[in-house]
Design a protein around this ligand. Structure first.
Ligand code: GAP
Length: 650
């Protein structure tokens, strides 16, 4: 890499360039704009080159999956730095970063289902209009880039989406913090979730409740007795989840086995500890809840809730009173759940504190074979893997053709969940499926259990939620332990019964991860990542910039920014070259880059660049806000709202 000077209208501009071989020819490509001052340019260049070298080291570490950051030669840093102290500090910083990555890097690559399609959804994105129609747009220079979990962790950290909690102290396994962009994306997901699921029925509403709950709640729900993991312990004392150990070695799922059965399988297959290679000596049961002692000097026992679901169950009676006293009644809750996972791993996919979005639908069990809107979905095809037909892989089955196996009420909500993924979030159609769990695999409270799964890069099919028919398991338990009458009297049929529950359960962090996974593209022409988030999910809708730092351009840019920010999440960006600003925004998924230039002064219009295609359109400033809103809502195509700029001529 080298510093190059370019003279434009008598002025000097400095760039950092690199030589790139393209076939027979060697071309020079700009890496960064370095400003107008030679000395500053040289300092900036050095900084950028060092940064790239560091990132390469981390990149190599990730791709080689080096087992031990300790193999990094600290002396290399010392000899390259101005002082030995600086070198040591730098080495420590990089090694710490690698250690953090390592914590999240025990990949479950083995869980891929062999006969599934894993072809990347190259160059395609599904953008949905509010009417539910989807447009598939092909953009050739964009390529779906496969991203591993480690790389995603680094990307999220670099862009400030998510990083280890308490990172300055080295972090704790399984705990993460969301930065402001992460929060915006997560909130956008939650808003879409609320709008869609609460919109399904007038009698569905949201509640919020304490994350700490009395012990009795979990006696009633069965979590105290049954919410367990199985810990394999080796000769040297290393603990690991026994089912994960088996899965990793035998490349199959192991759900629903007892501790004895798991231990037998481990012995039978001569499986050794994955940390030190020594023999496994036992498999023990461990409860996954976090116990708490409330107050001092008393014996009030409580737990952090391991699922949000128990909150709506204990709120059922109160909410039924104030709502319409009618079933089905839906209580939704988006909030934190806590599990003392034995081996938290895979970044956001297995944490100890995570967010769930769950809807509990209380209904009359004698009406499980009815749903007044079933006609709307009867011909809708579901992507399913049936528990007794797994060898057939994912089947596309019409809702009405599942009626022999599953009740109508349940199928209706399977359809709604899939429509949420395809029509609202724009998931690729071959990357989502329902996976039916069999008798041994189902959660202890479920009668029917289908997991929602996303086919994630490098790890394959991963559970991101579930549709659970929990029967009256929970309300019956709470009625018994609390001695409150939780039955419902149906005025029409004069029946009295304990309502049954259908639960739609979503892991928000796993959905967040999947959204990023499917949005992660690379543009070869632009040479940067393009995060092709759905317009409604994108954390930042537009970036406004003056083409150069000039007072009159900045004044108009600020006016536009101040006006747009009242209605949309917007950023104002005036630092760096236009190319850098485009790239920075592409990488966080900003939909539009709005540039104020010479023409804006005369014609009162701006250039709006579209993230995915790089196409540019001139739009009148007075029409800007409404035009952007229409495009974000899927009502209009920006190319039709203004004059297309021919960027080739420029
Ligand atoms: N209320 C039902 C329930 O909690 P679950 O299958 O245990 O069911 C629901 O959890 C969803 O919560 C999962 O499908 C997953 O998306 C998410 N989830 C569970 N454990 C998690 C963890 N340790 N880290 C991140 N997400 C998790």
């Amino acid at each position: 890499m080298y510093v190059a000077k370019q003279k434009v209208k008598g002025k000097d501009y400095y760039y950092l360039r690199k030589s790139v071989r393209e076939g027979e020819k060697v071309r020079s490509k700009n890496v960064a704009y370095l400003g107008k001052d030679k000395k500053d340019a040289q300092i900036k260049a050095k900084k950028i080159i060092n940064q790239i070298k560091d990132e390469q080291k981390i990149g190599n570490f990730l791709t080689n999956s080096a087992p031990d950051p300790a193999r990094i030669n600290k002396n290399e840093f010392v000899s390259q730095s101005r002082s030995p102290r600086r070198g040591r500090v730098k080495a420590k910083k990089i090694i710490n970063q690698m250690n953090r990555i390592k914590q999240t890097s025990d990949l479950e690559r083995s869980l891929k289902v062999s006969n599934e399609e894993i072809k990347a959804n190259s160059g395609r994105i599904c953008i949905n209009s509010s009417s539910g129609k989807s447009q598939i747009k092909e953009i050739n220079s964009l390529e779906k880039k496969e991203i591993s979990i480690d790389e995603m962790a680094v990307f999220c950290k670099r862009k400030g989406f998510v990083y280890a909690s308490g990172e300055i102290y080295g972090g704790l396994a399984g705990l993460f913090d969301y930065g402001h962009l992460g929060v915006l994306l997560k909130r956008n997901f939650e808003t879409l979730w609320r709008d869609f699921f609460l919109g399904l029925d007038e009698n569905f509403a949201e509640i919020e409740s304490s994350e700490i709950m009395p012990e009795k709640v979990f006696v009633a729900s069965g979590h105290l007795k049954n919410f367990n993991d199985f810990a394999s312990k080796c000769k040297k004392g290393h603990i690991e989840r026994a089912d994960h150990l088996l899965e990793k070695n035998l490349k199959q799922r192991f759900e629903g086995l007892t501790s004895e059965q798991l231990f037998e399988k481990i012995k039978e297959n001569k499986i050794l500890c994955s940390v030190c290679g020594s023999q496994i000596e036992s498999v023990e049961i461990t409860n996954m809840m976090f116990p708490l002692q409330l107050g001092f000097g008393n014996n009030i026992k409580a737990f952090l809730r391991p699922e949000t679901a128990q909150s709506p169950y204990v709120n059922f009676k109160a909410q039924l009173e104030v709502m319409r006293k009618k079933l089905p009644l839906g209580l939704a809750l988006i909030g934190r759940a806590y599990r003392n996972e034995l081996s938290p791993r895979n970044f956001l996919l297995r944490q100890r504190a995570f967010t769930q979005a769950e809807l509990q639908i209380f209904f009359n069990p004698s009406k499980i074979n009815e749903h007044e809107k079933f006609e709307d979905v009867k011909d809708y095809f579901l992507n399913v893997v049936l528990s007794d037909e797994r060898s057939k892989g994912v089947q596309k089955i019409k809702c009405q053709n599942l009626l022999e196996r599953i009740p109508k009420f349940y199928i209706y909500y399977l359809a709604k969940v899939q429509q949420f993924y395809f029509n609202v979030l724009g998931f690729p159609k071959d990357k989502f499926r329902f996976y039916q769990l069999n008798e041994h695999e189902k959660a202890f409270y479920n009668k029917y259990h289908f997991d929602m799964e996303a086919d994630l890069d490098t790890v394959g099919w991963t559970e991101i939620g579930g549709v659970h028919y929990r029967t009256d398991h929970d309300l019956k338990g709470h009625q018994e332990i609390s001695s409150e009458n939780l039955s419902f009297f149906d005025e029409e049929s004069k029946e009295k019964f304990i309502p049954h529950v259908l639960e739609l359960s979503f892991g928000v962090d796993r959905n967040f991860y999947s959204i990023l996974n499917f949005a992660y593209f690379y543009d070869d022409k632009r040479q940067n990542v393009v995060l092709r988030l759905h317009p409604k999910l994108a954390p930042v809708k537009a970036a406004v910039f003056p083409i150069v730092k000039r007072e009159n351009f900045e004044k108009i840019s600020e006016e536009i920014f101040n006006d747009l920010k009242k209605d949309l999440k917007i950023v104002y960006d005036k630092s760096g070259s236009i190319g850098r600003r485009y790239a920075r925004n592409d990488e966080i998924g900003t939909l539009f880059c709005i540039t104020v230039d010479e023409d804006s002064l005369k014609k009162k219009d701006v250039t709006v660049r579209i993230r995915d295609s790089s196409e540019q359109v001139r739009i009148k400033i007075k029409d800007l806000k409404e035009s952007l809103k229409k495009v974000i809502n899927g009502e209009e195509n920006l190319l039709k709202l203004g004059k297309i700029v021919n960027t080739r001529k420029k």
